[in-house]
Design a protein around this ligand. Structure first.
Ligand code: ZN
Length: 505
C-alpha cells in the first residue's frame, strides 16, 4: 500500500470511529428509553437522540467522507486494499449513497418522530387506542414514502425497503418462497389441527414465580455460551437484543407469570442474536463490518437457538430437571417429554411473539402482505385495523377482540421498520437450511444438545457465520455454508418431521 493510501485509510477509519461513537451513545439512549427511563424525560430524550443521530448522519455524508471514499475506491481498483478493506469501503459507500440523498433536516425530523412514537406506542397498545396512534403512524408512513422517492424505487416501492434489511431481496423472490412455504404449511396445520393425539399440558396453565423464571433464563443463557461479562439482561414489554459495542451486547426478555415458556424461549431467541454479535471476529469489531450481516441471517441465529435447539426433545431431556428444581410444586408430576410436547403445542393464535413454530410463519405472511399494500397499493393507515382483522380471519380463523391484540401488537411500525418482518420467516428458512448442513458436518449434534455441550455447535456457527460479521453478504453466507441458494423446502421438511412425530400422524 502506498504511503498516501495508508494515510487516507487511517483518516477514513478515524472518521468511522467518530461516527460509531455517536451511534454507541444513541444505542445506549434507546436501550435506556425502553428499559425504564422516566416517562417525563422521554420527549427531551427523543430530541437528543434526533440531534446526535443527525451529527452522525452529517459525518456519514460529509464532503470529507465523499473524498475518502472516492480515493479508496480508486485504491481498490489499483489492488491496494485487501479483501476486508474492500468490503468495508463497499459497505460505507452503500450507506453513503443511501444517506446522501436524504436532506439532513428530513432525517432529523424522522429520527425524532420514530423515537417519540416508539415510546408512545406502549400506551397506545395498552389502551387499544389505534385512533391515538394513527396520526403518528401516518406521518411515519408518509416520511418513509418520501425517503423511497429520495432513494429511487427499485422494482417496486416496497422492494426499496426490503433491500435495506436483506440486501438484494426482492418482492418477486419473497412472493415465490412465501408461496412455496404456504403451500406446504397450510395442509400441515390442517393435519395437526385434525390429529387425535394432541399434547396435553394442563401444567402450563399455572402461575410461575417471576424471580425463579429470571434465574432459569440466566442459567440457560450461560449454558449456551452468552457472555455476561460482555452483556446483560433486563425486562421489557417487547424483548430485543441491542449491540452497544463489541464488548456490550445486551438483551431483554419478558417474564409472564401465567406463561413460563414465554421468557425461556424469548431469552434463548435474544441470546441467539447476542451470540452472533459477541462472536464477530475481533479485527472487524467496531468497524462497519462488525455486526451481523443482515436481519434474515441474524434471525436465523435467534431462531436456531430458540427453536432448533431450545424447542427440541434432547434439550428438555437435559434441562427439564433444572427447570423442575426451580418449580418443584408446579412441575412435580411432569416429565421432560410431556414438557417438550406441551411447549410445542400448535394453536392458531392472535399474537405473533407467542405463536408456535409452525403457525408463526403465517403471522409474518400477513404482515408482509399488509406492508406491500401500504407501500405498493396505496392502502391508507386508517384502513389498517380493518385489513389486519380480515387477514387474521382468513389465515388463522381468528378476529382480534381489540387493536391492542391486533394491529397495535408489534413495536416495529412505530420505529419505522417497514420491510423488516419478512426477515423473521426468512430466518426460519435459513435456520432450517443451515441446520441441515450442520447435522451432516456434526453428526453428534443432538447428542451435544442432550449433554448440554454447546461449545462445538457455537464454534461451528462462529466459523461458518458469526466471525464474518458483515464482510460476507447473506446470499454468500448461505451459498458457502449450505452449497445452495435459499430453499424453503428445508423448513417445510423440518416442520413436517417434527410435528408429525409430536402429533403422531
Ligand atoms: Zn429476533
Amino acid at each position: 500500500m502506498k504511503q498516501e493510501t495508508a494515510e487516507k485509510w487511517e483518516l477514513f477509519r478515524t472518521l468511522l470511529q467518530k461516527i460509531s461513537a455517536y451511534e454507541e451513545a444513541v444505542a445506549l439512549m434507546n436501550w435506556d428509553l425502553r428499559t425504564g427511563a422516566p416517562r417525563k424525560g422521554a420527549e427531551t430524550r427523543a430530541a437528543t437522540i434526533g440531534l446526535l443521530s443527525t451529527e452522525a448522519f452529517k459525518l456519514q455524508t460529509s464532503a470529507e467522507m465523499g473524498e475518502y471514499l472516492s480515493y479508496l475506491n480508486h485504491a481498490t481498483v489499483l489492488g491496494e486494499l485487501d479483501d476486508v478493506q474492500r468490503r468495508m469501503v463497499l459497505e460505507v459507500q452503500e450507506d453513503y449513497d443511501r444517506s446522501i440523498k436524504i436532506p439532513a433536516q428530513k432525517f432529523q425530523e424522522y429520527t425524532e418522530l420514530t423515537a417519540h412514537a416508539e415510546t408512545l406506542w406502549e400506551d397506545f397498545k395498552e389502551d387499544s387506542d389505534f385512533a391515538g396512534f394513527e396520526p403518528y403512524l401516518t406521518q411515519i408512513v408518509d416520511k418513509t414514502q418520501e425517503f423511497i422517492d429520495y432513494w429511487g424505487p427499485r422494482a417496486t416501492r416496497y422492494d426499496t425497503l426490503l433491500h435495506m434489511y436483506e440486501p438484494d431481496l426482492t418482492v418477486e423472490k419473497v412472493d415465490q418462497v412465501f408461496g412455496q412455504l404456504r403451500d406446504r404449511l397450510v395442509p400441515l396445520v390442517e393435519a395437526v389441527t385434525a390429529a387425535k393425539n394432541k399434547p396435553e399440558a394442563p401444567f402450563l396453565d399455572q402461575l410461575f414465580d417471576k424471580e425463579q423464571q429470571e434465574k432459569f433464563s440466566r442459567f440457560l443463557l450461560e449454558q449456551i455460551g452468552y457472555d455476561f461479562e460482555a452483556g446483560r439482561i433486563d425486562e421489557t414489554v417487547h424483548p430485543f437484543e441491542t449491540t452497544i459495542n463489541h464488548g456490550d451486547v445486551r438483551i431483554t426478555t419478558n417474564y409472564k407469570q401465567d406463561d413460563v415458556t414465554s421468557a425461556i424461549f424469548s431469552s434463548l431467541h435474544e441470546g441467539g442474536h447476542a451470540l452472533y454479535e459477541q462472536n464477530v471476529a475481533e479485527d472487524l469489531a467496531g468497524s462497519p463490518l462488525g455486526q451481523g450481516t443482515s436481519m434474515g441471517i441474524h434471525e436465523s441465529q435467534s431462531r436456531f437457538w430458540e427453536n432448533v435447539v431450545g424447542r427440541s426433545l434432547p434439550f428438555w431431556q437435559r434441562y427439564f430437571g433444572d427447570l423442575q428444581q426451580h418449580f418443584p410444586t408446579e412441575l412435580k408430576d411432569v416429565n421432560a417429554e410431556q414438557f417438550y410436547r406441551g411447549s410445542n403445542r400448535v394453536e392458531n393464535s392472535l399474537i405473533r411473539i407467542e405463536a408456535d413454530e409452525l403457525t408463526y410463519n403465517l403471522h409474518i405472511i400477513i404482515r408482509y402482505e399488509i406492508e406491500k399494500m401500504l407501500f405498493n397499493e396505496g392502502l391508507a393507515v386508517s384502513e389498517l385495523p380493518k385489513v389486519w382483522n380480515e387477514k387474521y380471519k382468513s389465515y388463522l380463523g381468528l378476529t382480534p377482540p381489540n387493536d391492542g391484540l391486533g394491529v397495535l401488537q408489534d413495536v416495529h411500525w412505530s420505529g419505522g421498520l417497514f420491510g423488516y418482518f419478512p426477515s423473521y420467516a426468512l430466518g426460519n428458512m435459513y435456520a432450517a437450511q443451515i441446520t441441515h448442513t450442520l447435522r451432516k458436518e456434526l453428526p453428534q449434534f443432538e447428542g451435544f444438545i442432550a449433554e448440554g455441550n454447546f461449545l462445538p455447535i457455537k464454534e461451528w456457527l462462529t466459523d461458518k457465520i458469526y466471525k464474518y460479521g458483515k464482510s460476507r453478504k447473506p446470499s454468500e453466507i448461505i451459498l458457502a455454508v449450505t452449497g445452495e441458494e435459499l430453499n424453503p423446502d428445508y423448513l417445510a421438511d423440518y416442520l413436517e418431521e417434527k410435528f408429525k412425530a409430536i402429533y403422531g400422524f
